[in-house]
Design a protein around this ligand. Sequence first.
Ligand code: 0A1
Ligand code: ZN
Length: 883
Amino acid sequence: MREGHAHVIHRHDYQAPTYWIATVDLTLDLDPAKTLVTSKLAVKRNANQPHGPLVLHGEELTPLRVMIDGEPVSFRQDGNELTIDAPDRDFELVIRNTCCPEKNTALSGLYTSGGGFFTQCEAEGFRRITYFLDRPDVMAVYTVTLRADKTKYPVLLSNGNLLEQGDLDGGKHFAKWHDPFPKPSYLFAVVAADLVAREQRIRTRSGKDHLLQVFVRRGDLDKTEHAMNSLIASIVWDEARFGLPLDLERFMIVGVSDFNMGAMENKGLNIFNTSALLASPATATDADFQRIEAIVAHEYFHNWTGNRVTCRDWFQLSLKEGLTVFRDREFSMDMAGSPSARAVQRIQQVRALRAVQFPEDAGSMAHPVRPDSYVEINNFYTATVYEKGAEVVGLYQTLLGREGFAKGLKLYFERHDGQAVTCDDFAQAMADANPGSQLASQLDLFKRWYSQPGTPRVTARGQYDAESHRYTLRLSQHNGKGELPQLIPVRMGLLGPEGQALPLQWEGELASHGSETVLLLEQTEQAFHFVNVLVEPTPSLLRGFSAPVLLDDGLSDAQLLNLLQHDSDAFNRWEASQRLALNRILGAVRAGQPLVLDAAYLDAMRAVLRHPQLDAAFKAEALRLPEAAYLAEQLQVVDPQAIHTAVEAAWTQIAQALRADWEWAFEAHQVSGGYRPSAEDAGRRALANLALSLLVRASTLSGEPVWPGKAYQRVKDADNMTERFGALAALVSAHAPLADAALAHFHAQFAHDALVIDKWFMLQARAPERDGKVFERVKKLLQHPDFTLKNPNRARSLLVQFCNFNPGAFHRADAGGYVLWADQVAHLDAINPQAASRLARAMDRWATLAEPFRGAAKVALQRLAERSTLSNDVREIVTKALE
Ligand code: 0A1
Ligand code: ZN
């Protein structure tokens, strides 16, 4: 594809197909070099569409023959389409073709990894296995026969239930699977490999028995307990919270080390990146344990939200992804337990949203939650579709309450089980299940969350009249150019000067309605009047981050400190801590002055750290500085080096000024007893790790050996990965003299564990830059014998971490980072376009950069764009960046 000739697909062009496919009978003779596929399809005419040829998708396939009702027919192959002049009636179509799994480095379709066969069919991988109507609204019942060498591939899996298995001549065997649920081709899966399984039989509430299996390579079985526990917890939770049962006799999860994403929800046969599956205390951190629990839950929850009800077309992707992320977040919060642990979950969600989705929504790839067009659908598995999509689903729950939301979901399944539907269908079910609600009366306004890109900016200004005891809060919203106002729920309360929660009473009402309410901002500007406000209040707005917006509330330092100390909403206490830091860092950056943290800020941070009631996990979040990417979003023109310098100065001053407090924090938050990934223990470890990292930083600067020595000792003898990796990170990010020895020790100890070596690469790629050392190290690591572009986890650990998430090291005045980026995108693109395209996203926000970065970034983009061999995936990203 050449620039300007991109084939753009538009949402409004959707048309139902001319033919449906009712059943698929597939036989795969698995061979790495040439796999033979025989596909027998029951094709049905769609009488609602005019008659025309049957046009099937197919990519990188060799067709052998096509038969209709037993008679060979001619066909035309043109690019990635196979056209058959099919009759104006139902018929049986048989197609034979081959594909080449071992050459499939794109990891889409059928590919080999570690000597086994695996598939990835979302979004459009099925067409790389056989010719098909590879679109999500074509749902069929599949029967699959696998034939393969028995010694090399003892385990043969596909979706659904095992019908038969047995031996064949020539050392081969076969297995025949049947999935009773009609499904789109993107949920098809096959695995043939030498694997072992952890198994568990369970009986669910309804009294049905189920077999759960987690398949991994020999030697990894001891790392599957956490995933199995997470799966069981997910099954129990979905039944209890939403009344959604497991509908299969057998539910399988398979781990594979070469995989483009986290995991895939294929019906009854989820396929997981091993990084999202395997965990043991010795090899995985608390964050890994948490992520695995969330991803196992996510894929399981897709069984209803995605599989039982799927998307009509790929523009509706957020229908399943936003909803399922919302569900896995609710699950994680319930699993975390205490209100404080729930708040920490919310804080982490918002941190990630601001660091990734906000920049995306303001950059060259900005798109609505339900996009209007795309060139390559794989480029739209984005933070906007997933995370902003989940925020939008959360808005329904905020507007309708938990019960109203559950009613809406129930109606959605009653109406649409077994169908392929749209985001509009979901919104309609929510509204219809809650007649009389704000949502029902303002559904069109609400749906702008799906159609308008960009992060709304909300401004809030309060005015207090001491005489009449009236408080007026004026809210306004500004969206992108030409965009209309959206429906923004603002959860809020008012605090008195001593931090006490004030009763809220509307003008014209006789009594107060408690101390918290949700304001609905639905116009460009609105005023809200409170009466009987006896003291000048501090407003606490957008509690729990009740809508995904940028809020300018104009609060003073004193007001922020009030919120930080007293707000009943833990999220807003955290938010106050972030705003205090953000104001100072941006103040220094804007003024072009070195950052000097004042005593008031440092005292406030000390008070948080020493607070007798706050949980350790919350403290760690409140003391952590805002992400560089979020800081950058507050500026019109971004100098990444100025931000980096200010953030580094802030850390150093926090480390030095609170040194005694950090020593106390480290000692006081050691966890004794065996490792448990509980929220409480993880919180203590998080705070102890933060303390250690700041102690190593302060000591390294002053040349004191004690804390670096302690950290080094921990790298050697910690009994869990969270502490070991925390200590290693402390040394590496402080550029301590012992860092190299610690890295070498760590590498030697875990040389045979790919997932741990990924962490080793990632840590070095993400280290805060100092005199160009990190950049030099990354260049050297590209030559390391353990580095390869062929494994997406490895490529991501080094390149995506460096280019997309280490702005202080990546953006160099000599453009070295951009040259490296362009070269590596091109190399990776030849192997794996999806992985390359994610790396290409590092330049999304180039246009806001200050010079000399901006000019150099543009040159790098143009050079890349000039290449004739770019994939559609990368071409779309680069073209949009240059538009
Ligand atoms: N549906 C999966 C994500 C996914 C998408 C594409 C993939 O291959 C290109 C793989 C996985 C999920 O949301 O977990
Ligand atoms: Zn998903």
